[in-house]
Ligand binder design. Sequence first.
Ligand SMILES: [Zn+2]
Length: 450
Amino acid sequence: MRVHNSLTRRVEDLVPIADNEIRLYTCGPTVYNFAHIGNFRAYAFEDVLRRVILFNGMKIRQVMNLTDVDDKTIRGANAAGVPLRDYTKTYKDAFFADLKTLNIQPAEVYPAATDHIPEMIALVERLVEKGVAYKSDDGSVYFGVRKFPGYGKLAHIDFDNQRTGARCAADEYDKENVGDFALWKAWEPSDGPVGWDSPWGRGRPGWHIECSAMSMKYLGETFDLHTGGIDNLFPHHENEIAQAEAATGKPFVKTWMHCAHLRVNGEKMSKSLGNFYTLRDLMEKGWSGREIRYVLVNAHYRSGLNFAFDALEDARRSLERIDRCVAKATEGAVPAWAAARLDEFSAAVNDDLNMPKAFAALFALVRDANVNGAEGTLGVFRRMDEVLGVIFFGAKAADDIPADVQAMLDARAAARAEKNWAESDRLRDAIAAAGWVVTDSKSGQSCVRR
Ligand SMILES: [Zn+2]
């Protein structure tokens, strides 16, 4: 299995450091709102990565953090007048429900930042003792970037000319404003009831220290793989490296992987452009988790992904094509032509997760099976779906269709006989809303679960 390492900017073999197990840290959501489709691009990429590691017979230990204390969560909780824990619980629960909808496999550990404040304080203390962090006059603790010679190695930027010694209290900043960043933030009146006691007084952790402390707690001081969206590369991941390596003197992470941006209808997603979608928004428009997942996992993770409604239409048609073929597939001896498609698939996913090529191998299998017959191909579909997670293997017999859906199907057949296309389309949408997909052919309607 070969992957692109952002640290070396090369495609390299991914080999476990120990025990045939990849230890993976994935930056998780800030639980102040419902996650949007751009966030889910990163989580879907990480799910494919996880599945390919397992596909190859390696074991995995994946940790995904939940940021439940930061500027945004505190602002939201205090504006709503509820305790921080209650405020974030709504969005934590929604996040896990959304992962299930998208058939994203759960990580082994989901540590929440607020459950790990002592670990973060201990790491900040270590950095103060080493002389790379210092307390400022306002009671906050900053990391001195000039004290860590490796600063900038992930972003591949020589910061020497920019290291002004200025301080930056915000969690997010750009390369032009690089300066000492906050490890511990002194309590301010706007924090309200949120705060913890520390050797530097009451306050709260910075965002970056959370991931260094929790990743090392659960994965060790040096581990295999760390991922995130490209937005996380700088400053967040750069700062994670600085914090961990300055404290331990050891390499923090062997391989870093980042997925590219998602655009919606060709534009950057934003509330003002009206193209900002949560998973719930898309479900309300009648798209299924399976169709949304299909669009997210279909692109190469290092290419920009344009999320457009015609891509969802295409996903629906493609899945119907796959479903029709898989419904005919049987167990048994695998024909040589099907085994060859599986080899193509396997080579594609191991070549830096080349999903467009992997899907091409799947569709070549569908095409071949439609010509040669699908006997003996079921195991190949199942094996491919260990990575894809989009194929439906459930019951499709007519007697499994619920009575209300069957009634709509019958009404639709009658509407079509009368050439009442508007009513036919209305019923197709109603059937879709009930979780079923109807397709038309010369022999009539067929219906499968979405
Ligand atoms: Zn992180």
